[in-house]
Design a protein around this ligand. Structure first.
Ligand code: GLA
Length: 392
């Protein structure tokens, strides 16, 4: 009997040591995966609790969408933003291609306001925060030198959206942008639906209606690194854009009004070219943008033809973008200044991420030759953009 008890205790002891070692191994593995700096990063999702907070009486959460391949998209209703986007590389390993921060508090403190966010009421710049609509002059909050950028001082990236999960793969966000918010006329009711599709695409559907004539230009400001957040520079990513023309800008990044061919310039991405190949050339437009920070005029924008194809040089992950918007703001992370602590990397290092913002052209309210951004009562603003991920 005694020997039976003894062998049972030995077995229990052995089992607990084995269990302890397994747990230790798993813990070490998670830590190793999330502290790797130079190599490819596995995504590690933040705990939901890192996003739980009441702001101005509204509850913030982190919502997780999953598809049948195990891809994951997390969205917070603070700013309607993408937090994590885990997609498979060819070995099947999941890579977090969305560059951003790891907690709500970090997003609140960040000096860069736009990581992953829904942007509005007007994506990009309106010259001198001023425009005339139906004979009336409007003055907006200015927040970028003399201009209004991404909707003004408190854009949609800084408000709490109402959120409703539609199913495991879709979430609906709504926000009422009140009449004269940041100076824009009309109560604008906005609906944004994020869907993670089974072909590994993040689909974003935007809808809006107004009770007074206004201007609207919504976009998403996801920052991408297709080698994985924390893996370093994006300069060796290959980019191809379906754009024969672009809109050159002045030194405050307002379009001059001209639509110019990209041919023969560093803006020609009609064949696959790395971001870094010409970014440091002596060129007035690159100087004005401090790199690429320009609106490309899309040749086709029918949701059937990719308007952009980008490939991560280390993972081989390819992102295809589809949109029905006429323009694409390609921003090469020129204002990233190592000021914010990121999800996996120490800082948001210069040009370690890029953004591709599908939208109408900057400053359209002051440039009648550009496609119109005017929305009238009774009309519905409706656009869709798709970011599809492939392994080669
Ligand atoms: C857009 C602008 C850039 C910059 C980023 C966010 O891409 O065009 O100039 O403001 O947003 O930092």
């Amino acid at each position: 009997m005694k020997s039976k008890i003894l062998s049972l205790s030995a077995l229990l002891l052995f089992a607990s040591i084995a269990l302890f070692n397994t747990c230790k191994h798993l813990t070490n593995q998670t830590t190793a995966n999330t502290t790797m700096k130079e190599s490819i990063i596995y995504g590690k999702l933040p705990p939901d609790s890192a996003f739980e907070k009441t702001i101005n009486g509204k509850q913030v959460h982190l919502f997780t969408l999953k598809n049948k391949n195990g891809a994951i998209l997390t969205i917070t209703n603070f700013g309607g933003r993408v937090v994590n986007l885990l997609v498979p590389e060819s070995s099947g390993k999941m890579i977090d291609v969305s560059v951003g921060l790891g907690s709500l508090n970090d997003y609140i403190k960040s000096t860069e306001r736009y990581y992953g966010a829904t942007i509005g009421r007007y994506g990009n710049r309106i010259a001198k925060g001023h425009f005339t609509l139906e004979g009336k002059e409007y003055t907006l909050a200015t927040n970028n030198g003399p201009n209004t950028l991404h909707g003004g001082k408190i854009g949609y990236q800084d408000v709490v959206w109402d959120a409703k999960k539609l199913n495991d793969q879709s979430i609906e966000l709504t926000y009422l942008s009140k009449d004269m918010e940041e100076g824009f006329p009309g109560n604008l009711h906005i609906k944004v639906i994020y869907t993670l599709t089974d072909d590994n695409a993040m689909k974003v559907d935007y809808e809006a209606t107004t009770d007074k004539t206004t201007v609207v230009n919504l976009t998403n400001h996801a920052y991408f690194n297709l080698n994985g957040e924390g893996s370093g520079s994006i300069l060796d990513h290959l980019v191809q854009l379906n754009a024969s023309n672009y809109t050159p800008v002045d030194s405050t990044l307002i379009p001059t009004g001209k639509i110019e061919p990209v041919k023969g310039t560093p803006f020609d991405f009609t064949t696959p070219t790395t971001i870094g190949a010409r970014i440091n050339e002596q060129n007035e437009q690159l100087k004005n943008g401090k790199g690429y920070d320009h609106n490309f005029v899309l040749d086709k924008h029918d949701l059937d033809t990719p308007i952009a194809i980008v490939k991560g040089d280390k993972t081989g992950i390819v992102m295809e973008i589809y949109t029905d918007e006429p323009g694409l703001q390609f921003y090469s992370g020129n204002f990233m200044q190592s000021r914010n602590v990121m999800k996996y990397s120490e800082f948001d290092v210069y040009r370690n991420a890029f953004a591709m913002e599908t939208q109408h052209f900057p400053d359209s309210p002051n440039q009648p030759q550009f496609p119109s951004t005017v929305l009238k009562p009774g009309e519905t603003y409706k656009t869709t953009s798709i970011y599809k991920f492939k392994t080669k």
